[in-house]
Design a binder for this molecule. Structure first.
Ligand code: GTP
Ligand code: MG
Length: 322
């Protein structure tokens, strides 16, 4: 008997991790044949609880994001939560992804019955990857995971795109990464909610404290004198400060819920999701019709040559979408 989409959904809702894996594969597929299944799955998810929390952990390659997630995830499980870890790796198309590294950094968590770890989707453009990630988050929540941890390498636009789909952004960094403060992009400092300066061990202890003071100063300037976001000094090797970071995360979650920020952010993100889905859908519609795709290419050439105004070209194409 062949498995229907409803069967897959029912199984994953009962806690079957393999079924959740199959559902995510359908969601990640951009094949025409999977489109109905994908939409059906999204429909099934729509009436599930919102008692969930999504945490994004972003930072330069190798600062210790996965190692921190291992400890944060285990602590959350200890508190009785079910934890899903997703990775967005914009470089994975060229390098084959760093999930091998991730799995070896999350050995305990990956063995835990209350945790689910999903590697980054291996294909697609960044916009596509984030669309899939939003849908994957929904599936994980429908499957009963109430804490979602999303690891993303802070390159390109990935950290700003992750901030559009999580409730809290944790920025992981370390002293000596890049060229100190100058090496940190302003974009990330604008969206970050908590900072973890990691690898505060061995010879790094003193430089980390100096780095923390400098970063605090820079954040204060950026946020008009406020002493936020909070900065934590951590070492996943010596376990230093990870408990404090965990308390900071929990405190922040409670505050964002009681202040209404949580609800406001989610509402805003749903609006953006709709806009993105619309643009993505129109783009697919265009590219899937040979005549429209040809018209699109011709218009692009005319615009680039200066023969046609970009707005008029867009209007011309929109006429054909109706
Ligand atoms: N000394 C020290 N090493 C650490 C610490 N945390 C992680 N590492 C090491 O740093 C390396 C990278 O750690 P990961 O947790 O994989 O870092 P990541 O940021 O997830 O890396 P990517 O996913 O490749 O971007 C590994 O060799 C870890 O063992 C720490 O607190 N102190
Ligand atoms: Mg990693």
């Amino acid at each position: 008997m062949t498995e229907t989409i409803q069967d897959v959904f029912n199984e994953m809702s009962k806690g079957n991790r393999a079924a959740l894996g199959r559902a995510i594969t359908i969601i990640e597929s951009r094949h025409k044949k999977d489109k109905l299944g994908r939409l059906h799955l999204l429909e099934c998810c729509s009436d599930t609880s919102s008692e969930t929390f999504r945490i994004g952990i972003t930072g330069a390659p190798g600062v210790g994001k996965s190692s921190l997630i291992e400890l944060i995830g285990l602590e959350l499980v200890q508190q009785g939560h079910r934890v899903a870890v997703l990775a967005i790796d914009p470089s994975s198309t060229s390098t084959g992804g760093s999930i091998l590294g991730d799995k070896t950094r999350m050995t305990e968590l990956s063995k835990n019955a209350s945790a689910f770890i999903r590697p980054s989707p291996s294909s697609g453009l960044l916009g596509g990857v984030s669309a899939m990630t939003r849908e994957t988050i929904m599936l994980c929540e429908a499957a009963g995971y109430d804490r979602i941890l999303i690891e993303t390498v802070g390159v390109g636009q990935s950290e700003t795109s992750v901030s559009g789909m999580v409730d809290q952004v944790v920025f992981a960094t370390m002293t000596g990464a890049g060229d100190g403060l100058q090496g940190i992009k302003r974009g990330i400092l604008e969206v970050v909610d908590l900072v973890a300066i990691n690898k505060v061990d061995g010879n790094n202890v003193e430089p980390s404290k100096q780095f923390s003071t400098a970063l605090k100063g820079a954040l204060s300037v950026l946020h008009g004198g406020q002493s936020r976001p909070e900065i934590f000094l951590t070492s996943t090797v010596s376990d230093l400060g990870v408990g404090d970071l965990m308390s900071g995360i929990t405190r922040w979650i409670d505050e964002s819920k009681s202040s209404g920020q949580f609800t406001a952010r989610r509402a805003n993100q749903l609006g953006h999701w709709f806009e993105d889905a619309l643009v993505y859908g129109m783009d697919r519609h265009l590219k899937n019709s040979p005549e429209l795709a040809q018209k699109y290419e011709n218009l692009k050439v005319s615009v680039a040559r200066g023969d046609l105004h970009p707005v008029l070209a867009a209007e011309d194409l929109i006429k054909h979408l109706q």
